[in-house]
Design a binder for this molecule. Structure first.
Ligand SMILES: [Zn+2]
Length: 160
């Protein structure tokens, strides 16, 4: 079967979106995973707008590429990056609704980036780690994000 996209080089005007797209279409596992980690945490609406229409092309280009990973399959990053682009493309609502579906949203980083506003910090209910109570600065939804650790650090997000 002929590779459907092979003869079509797509370039985007937005330079960050273009760099990410070229990495995601590269069929090079390292470049794909690095770009997918960035897209998974992307909030820049101009970059999301530029990339989202190409989600089908990215999915096809990445199909069947072994991305590796030991404790955590690196495919997790790509799957979530594609989910984020599909969600954005469908205009399904605020991006914060995706927070529970990717374990690497560190509430402290989202507060620094202005995506979340800190309300308070407690000990987690089970005594392990901290629980950040935050509110989304885009839609006002309140969340609690609790530090977890199971082979690697992650955060559990729950609507409050
Ligand atoms: Zn929100």
């Amino acid at each position: 079967m002929r590779w459907p996209w092979s003869s079509q080089l797509v370039r985007l005007e937005n330079t960050q979106a273009d760099a990410l797209l070229q990495d995601l279409l590269s069929r090079d596992a390292t470049r794909i995973v690095d770009a997918a980690r960035t897209v998974a945490r992307l909030f820049d609406t101009a970059v999301l707008d530029a990339l989202a229409p190409h989600v089908g092309r990215i999915e096809s280009a990445c199909a069947g590429i072994a991305l590796g990973g030991a404790l955590l399959s690196l495919k997790t990053h790509l799957e979530f990056a594609l989910r984020r682009l599909n969600y954005w493309q469908a205009r399904n609502g605020c991006l914060c609704a995706l927070n529970p579906h990717y374990p690497f949203f560190d509430p402290r980083r989202l507060i620094e980036q202005g995506q979340m506003q800190l309300l308070s910090v407690d000990d987690a209910e089970d005594g392990w780690g901290e629980c950040h109570h935050v509110a989304c600065t885009q839609c006002g939804q309140r969340w609690q994000a609790t530090d977890r650790e199971y082979h690697y650090p992650w955060w559990e997000w729950k609507v409050t």
